[in-house]
Design a protein around this ligand. Structure first.
Ligand SMILES: O=C(CO)[C@H](O)[C@H](O)COP(=O)(O)O
Length: 261
């Protein structure tokens, strides 16, 4: 049943639709995970129904199922080998386009897909913009084997890291530890503020039990921010430009949605 979008979802939908303008006929496109990315997947489905040809690599089983349901051609990253573009959401982005991702638990595949892409476009509502990363808990994907040792090693790194808080929580779902698409665990690090994201990312990834962390440094090229009043900001890291536009507010998808993610 179509329902009116909340202001937050309207902002996400506006950013998602505008980001699809970067998709050209014949492109290989990485599809992100999360509620903002779901708006993008649905819109891409409409564009494909209107004749656009794209090959898509989803970053999660959830996004893959949605992509197939809206008629997108889905292949694995190994089949695609490289991608022209990835469009994904984020939990936070800073002025240098460093990101925290993984709120939806898909950070590992999201980072692999982003790294295999010529360009990464992040779609966001204004609440995702921060001065300094870290208010959102940093997700760290870790193997289940030896998880307590991995936690202890993370705590040791945090003890001397430039952060405000140092609590580590095992992510749960339905009273059981959350399992990623790779069957791993997620540890959420409440840090408050991350002084040196690049350094922390390297340190965390040196722990044997850590598979990947949700700090995305030097991966994002463009940020598209949608606002509930229809404003759109296009921020391009390469040339430092910020372009402001207005969305067509009478577009049905900018007012109604079937559902979020
Ligand atoms: O990293 C992610 C999933 O792993 C998402 O992109 C991030 O959590 C943002 O999600 P949403 O668009 O629902 O706010």
């Amino acid at each position: 049943m179509p329902h009116p979008l909340t202001p937050g979802d309207l902002a996400k939908s506006i950013a998602a639709r505008r980001a699809c303008d970067y998709v050209e006929d014949g492109m290989k496109v990485g599809l992100g995970t999360g509620s903002t990315a779901a708006f993008m997947v649905r819109h891409l489905g409409q564009l494909v129904a209107d004749g656009l040809r794209v090959t898509c690599v989803p970053t999660s089983a959830r996004t893959g199922a949605l992509a197939r349901s809206v008629g997108l051609q889905v292949v694995t990253l190994d089949e695609a080998r490289w991608l022209d573009l990835t469009i994904d959401g984020a939990d936070e982005f800073d002025r240098d386009f460093n990101l925290i991702k993984g709120g939806g638990g898909a950070l590992l595949h999201e980072k692999i897909v982003a790294a295999a892409s010529e360009r990464m476009v992040v779609i966001a509502d204004p609440s995702k913009r921060v001065e300094t990363l870290g208010a959102f808990p940093l997700p760290v994907e870790a193997v289940a084997f030896g998880l307590q040792s991995t936690r202890a090693a993370i705590a040791e790194i945090l003890a001397s890291a430039d952060v405000l808080n140092r609590s580590v929580t095992l992510r749960m779902e339905d009273d059981a530890p959350y399992a990623t698409d790779e069957g791993n665990r997620i540890l959420d690090l409440d840090l408050g503020r991350i002084g040196d994201a690049r350094r922390l990312s390297i340190q965390l990834n040196q722990i044997p039990g850590v598979v990947e962390n949700g700090l995305f440094c030097d991966l994002c090229d463009i940020v598209v921010v949608g606002h509930p009043d229809g404003r759109i900001e296009l921020r391009d890291l390469a040339n430092g430009t910020v372009i402001e536009e207005r969305a067509e507010m009478d577009e049905p998808d900018n007012i109604f949605a079937e559902s979020g993610d």
